[in-house]
Design a protein around this ligand. Structure first.
Ligand code: SAH
Length: 351
């Protein structure tokens, strides 16, 4: 699919025509990653952040937020919960916590790997090669870093670089792959300033980056950020991508078509916009992963990247409900790590 075709689908509003897009994505999902929906347990390690991203509620400039970092034992308890619930992966996510000691995290990863059969995914922002290498050697399997938007100029606007910083998110992803990680990236859909051409270019980039995981979710304005609703920070033009559930389904479907063998989650931000059917709809349009939150409640409410995040007060009850929803959608809960077929194939051919 070329850029113009992608843009045509992104702009398509005729429900009958869109059925064709949904059908193609669902068919490719079935052929390439099958019926299983893999669940990944999410642990929100720390909401400390040294960056000033215009879109994110964890930004250093948000003085309203009480900051925390979980203790090792608390993370290990989440890992045990993930095992008890039958998950194959623990995703450790965090603000870009400059006070995080790489060695401490490496020890924690090593403990999770020694005590459980879980795959470990890290999503900690932009780190240097030494840290990535240390974590990979400690046993971490995957690194997740969204490039958020394809336009370099817009990215630097919404994600101001550190003084003197030259490495881009693409450099970090490349390094993560070089040191041995499976890599994932994705797009923040409809962030103010993002045009249809940017978004289509982003979808092409997902394929060019040869990703194992692709996470795309709608931008949701956070009141304590410069991009709070109504304060878009720059002129909103006719070509602005809307930050809607519908646009997110289109991106999920196009990502599946462009990257048939990747793991593609139905994201929490999407489920926040459509609580009743966001997960099911994305699963029917290309997605094959869901990431239930295992963070202890006292921290979870402080990890407010955007407002109104779907809450799951009791992990076990939530898990039961999620399993029923997946089965009612005609799918099954995946067993095991759920490595991407994309990666498994590359490994088998010695890449
Ligand atoms: N600090 C790490 C990981 C945490 S943020 C990092 O920057 O990679 C994880 C993702 O949340 C980001 O990649 C971004 O796409 C998403 N996010 C941030 N603010 C958001 C908002 N206001 N609405 C929706 N998603 C948001």
């Amino acid at each position: 699919m070329n850029r113009d075709e992608i843009i045509r689908w992104l702009r398509e509003e005729d429900a009958a025509k869109l059925e064709e897009l949904w059908r193609r994505a669902d068919e490719l999902r079935r052929q390439n990653v099958g019926e299983a929906v893999y669940l990944r347990g999410l642990v929100e390690l720390s909401n400390r952040c040294s960056r000033q991203c215009l879109y994110c509620g964890l930004r250093a400039g948000n003085a309203e937020l009480a900051r925390y970092r979980m203790a090792s034992d608390e993370v290990l308890a989440c890992a045990r919960m993930a095992v008890e619930l039958g998950y194959g992966t623990l995703v450790i996510q965090s603000g870009e916590d400059a006070t995080l000691e790489p060695r401490w995290l490496a020890d924690l990863v090593a403990k999770v790997k020694a005590q459980t059969p879980l795959a470990v995914t890290l999503s900690l922002g932009e780190w240097h090669r030494e840290a990535l290498e240390l974590w990979c050697k400690a046993g971490a399997d995957r690194y997740l870093l969204r490039f958020e938007t394809a336009s370099d100029e817009l990215f630097r606007h919404i994600h101001p670089p550190r003084p003197g910083q030259t490495q881009s998110r693409f450099d970090v992803l490349r390094t993560a792959r070089e040191v041995g990680f499976e890599i994932g990236s994705g797009i923040l859909i409809g962030v103010p300033g993002q045009t249809f051409d940017d978004l289509a270019r982003g979808i092409e980039l997902l394929a060019e980056l040869d990703l194992d995981m692709i996470g795309c979710g709608p931008f949701i304005p956070h009141p304590y950020t410069p991009l709070a609703a109504g304060g878009e920070g720059r002129e909103v033009h006719a070509d602005q991508v809307p930050h809607t559930a519908e646009m997110t389904y289109k991106v999920v479907a196009l990502a599946r078509i462009m990257c048939p063998m990747s793991n593609i989650p139905a994201t929490t931000a999407l489920a926040t916009l459509n609580r009743e059917a966001g997960y099911e709809t994305a699963l029917a349009r290309g997605a094959n992963i869901i990431m239930p939150n295992l963070t202890p409640e006292k921290y979870r409410r402080l990890y407010e990247i955007y407002p109104g995040k779907v809450r799951a007060p009791d992990e076990r009850a939530y898990h039961g409900a999620m399993k029923r929803r997946i089965e009612a959608a005609g799918r099954s809960v995946g067993v095991g790590r759920g490595d991407s077929p994309h990666r498994l194939r590359a490994r088998a051919s010695g890449a």
